[in-house]
Ligand binder design. Structure first.
Ligand SMILES: [Zn+2]
Length: 410
């Protein structure tokens, strides 16, 4: 029963209260048995029975729940650095996509990648994420689009879950774009998703969620509705890429289909925000994508003021966010989306856990939950996110086991 002592600021990040309410404990201690937290509280109240247990000294630092990365496109072939240059010189994301770049280019590269290539590349990303204090990662398919490659990506996630010390959540995103072979037959592709892919993915237990990209050049509202409702009928919980580049009433649709989360939301309507609040849809904000695309970020204030829970994620993908640095996304959530550091922290822990429906197991430091946590070299969340550094994480634990210890803080 190890005990973490000398915690200067323990952000428990319990789900109740407002977005900024971290339920912090100063001068705290944390104990766990096997993979579960058994005691949390002020160190002065640590029960006597813990005094003979092995201790780890947190050095008076900040301790947070393991970060939950709730929106990535983790497994893909190749990169798209050439497009970064084109966008820097003024070409828009849509222009590049129309010229054969964008998602379709990554689809071509992913179809050519072997399972072991995808595994190795994703594994190295996950290892780097653990160093940042990330302990749970959602990964989407959507760069295969054909049956074989989509299943290969989801199998990669399953294998990573079985072999890597990290929690993985899998999402089927067949509705990312219409692949070239269905260019003249959109309906045929939607039918393929609904009649062949969703039943297969569900039957093999390869995904927990079904996602869709509602956008001009991707999928329309009614296509997304059909796909998400079909997924739901097969036990895949809905998620939606909504209102990123234009307002297509994605927030409203997410509420209508009972989505667990609606992600992006830069252009969400007021009615959509209200509908999300009523349906308790988590808003996932992705400020790194806004940064890379040079577009205004979503306004978190209006969501939080409307009592919508706001999660923060990187949207890690080879196009609009080739970057999995969640603490950087949290700092940007403060400076671009107008969240406070405390709000961003709750957004990358308990609310991110809700965005992947794991809030009962991870995302907060409470008795009975997973002993997933990170020691951060900072006094408190303000100090951490304000003074951004390449990596302020000192140590990461998953299920009570140490998975990373820093040689030095950089
Ligand atoms: Zn995305």
């Amino acid at each position: 029963m190890p005990v973490l002592t000398n915690i200067g600021y323990l952000a428990t990040c319990r789900g109740n209260g407002s977005q900024s309410d971290l339920h912090e404990i100063r001068d705290a201690a944390l104990a766990w048995v096997d993979d579960q937290i058994s005691w949390v509280g002020p160190q002065s109240s640590l029960p006597l029975e813990f005094s003979t247990e092995p201790t780890i000294d947190a050095g008076g630092r900040l301790v947070i729940p393991g970060l939950v990365e709730c929106h990535t496109h983790l497994a893909f072939g190749g990169w798209r650095a050439d497009e970064f240059e084109m966008r820097s010189l003024g070409k828009s994301y849509s222009e590049i996509a129309r010229a054969g770049g964008g998602i379709r280019k990554t689809v071509r590269q992913t179809r050519q990648a072997s399972k072991s290539e995808l595994l190795e590349k994703s594994r190295s990303h996950l290892e780097a994420m653990r160093r940042l204090g990330i302990t749970t990662v959602e990964g989407k398919s959507g760069y295969g689009l054909d049956r074989e490659t989509e299943l290969r990506i989801l199998e990669v996630y399953r294998e990573l879950e079985e072999t890597q010390p990290v929690r993985i959540v899998s999402t089927y995103l067949g509705a990312h774009v219409v692949p070239d072979e269905f260019k003249a037959d959109r309906k045929g592709y939607v039918d393929f998703i609904c009649q062949e892919m969703i039943p297969t993915v569900a039957e093999r237990g390869l995904a927990d969620f079904c996602d869709a990209f509602l956008e001009e050049g991707a999928f329309g509202r009614e296509e997304c509705r059909e796909i998400l409702e079909t997924g739901r009928a097969y036990g895949l919980k809905p998620k939606l890429h909504a209102d990123q580049l234009s307002c297509l009433q994605g927030a409203e649709l997410a509420a209508e289909v009972g989505a667990v989360s609606a992600d992006h939301l830069e252009h969400a309507s007021e009615a959509g925000v209200q509908a999300m609040r009523e349906a308790d849809v988590v808003a996932v904000l992705l400020p790194l994508a806004s940064l890379y695309l040079g577009q205004p970020a979503a306004n978190a204030r209006r969501l939080i003021d409307s009592e919508v829970k706001v999660a923060v994620s990187t949207d890690f993908n080879p196009g609009s966010s080739p970057n999995f640095h969640l603490p950087l996304a949290m700092t940007l959530a403060c400076s671009l989306c107008r969240m406070s550091p405390a709000e961003a922290l709750k957004g990358a822990t308990i609310y991110a856990a809700q965005a992947v429906d794991l809030q009962g197991q991870v995302g907060s430091l409470e008795e009975g939950k997973a002993a997933d946590f990170a020691i951060i070299d900072a006094e408190d969340p303000n100090d951490w996110l304000y003074r951004f550094r390449p990596n302020a994480c000192v140590a990461t634990f998953i299920g009570g086991e140490s998975v990373f210890t820093a040689d030095e803080v950089i």
